[in-house]
Design a protein around this ligand. Structure first.
Ligand SMILES: [Zn+2]
Length: 276
């Protein structure tokens, strides 16, 4: 039984600031150890539930998605690390996995929550797919659904868990911190957070066969509002996209993975304007 664990950093207990999530941050070394602890807790839960193969994805963009410390990785798991890569936070996911666990995740842009954003906080203001505003939980649920894999667990702050339950009723959640502000939270101790994640991951894998993948909802219109009009202007050079507002592009995607490819290409050229 194959289990896929994608772990981001903003939703890890103790992480509340760019000083944690950036490789140049004062607290980055602490944060990556905390992230590794939560990843291993999820692996332990999956193995306890009978997983025979576990793939962990380092899904945080900081340091080029090379945040996890492989020298302390649980021996039952392999690690996908580094960037860029196809499918982003789900690199290597295919139809042979029984369930996807999203650990250390965060709320979408335009929603409250600790370090909320959608994929790129300085470039993307809003993403809607089929008329619904989605963040990283929603994007990954759609990509996984295309290969028939359900999301079984989301962990992070309490608002992230609520966003997940709103999109995917019936999945397991594990709250490891409570948002006080975008840059402040009441946090569980790492030991307690990891115990909570371990138990939730075990429940999620045991219950995986009764979960249904997110409805694919494609073909669908993808609409991306950027932080400024200059980003939209260069993003609209990607074939198949059109500008629909001064700061917004749109395109029709036949399926989630094609929509995500266009999203990724458009983001790369849009974000390139940040260094000017
Ligand atoms: Zn992240």
């Amino acid at each position: 039984m194959k289990v896929y664990i994608s772990i981001d950093m903003e939703g890890v207990s103790g992480v509340v600031h760019n000083e944690h999530t950036s490789e140049r941050g004062f607290d980055y070394d602490l944060a990556r150890r905390l992230m590794m602890g939560e990843a291993n807790a999820a692996v332990e839960g999956a193995v306890a539930a009978g997983a025979t193969e576990v793939l962990v994805s380092d899904s945080h963009g900081g340091n080029g998605a090379r945040n996890l410390l492989i020298d302390t990785l649980h021996q039952a798991a392999d690690l996908v690390t580094g960037f860029p890569r196809p499918l982003g936070q789900l690199a290597g996911l295919d139809a042979y996995y029984v369930v996807l666990l999203l650990v250390g995740y965060h709320t979408r842009s335009n929603a409250a929550g600790v370090i909320n954003h959608t994929v790129h906080g300085r470039a993307i203001n809003r993403l809607t797919i089929g008329g619904r505003e989605l963040g990283e939980i929603g994007i990954n649920a759609l990509l996984a659904a295309q290969v028939g894999v359900p999301v079984g667990l989301v962990t992070g702050d309490e608002l992230t868990c609520a966003e997940a339950l709103d999109l995917l009723p019936g999945l397991e959640t594990a709250t490891v911190k409570w948002a006080v502000d975008r840059y402040a939270a009441r946090c569980l101790s790492p030991r307690q957070a990891q115990a909570t994640i371990r138990a939730a991951a075990e429940r999620a894998v045991r219950g995986a066969r009764s979960l249904k993948p997110f409805a694919p909802k494609h073909p669908a219109a993808w609409e991306i509002q950027y932080k400024d009009s200059g980003m939209a202007e260069v993003a609209s050079q990607v074939p198949g996209t059109t500008m629909v507002q001064d700061d917004t592009i749109a395109y029709e995607a036949p399926d989630a993975s094609t929509g995500f490819k266009t999203f990724t290409a458009a983001l790369a050229v849009a974000a390139a304007t940040l260094v000017r």
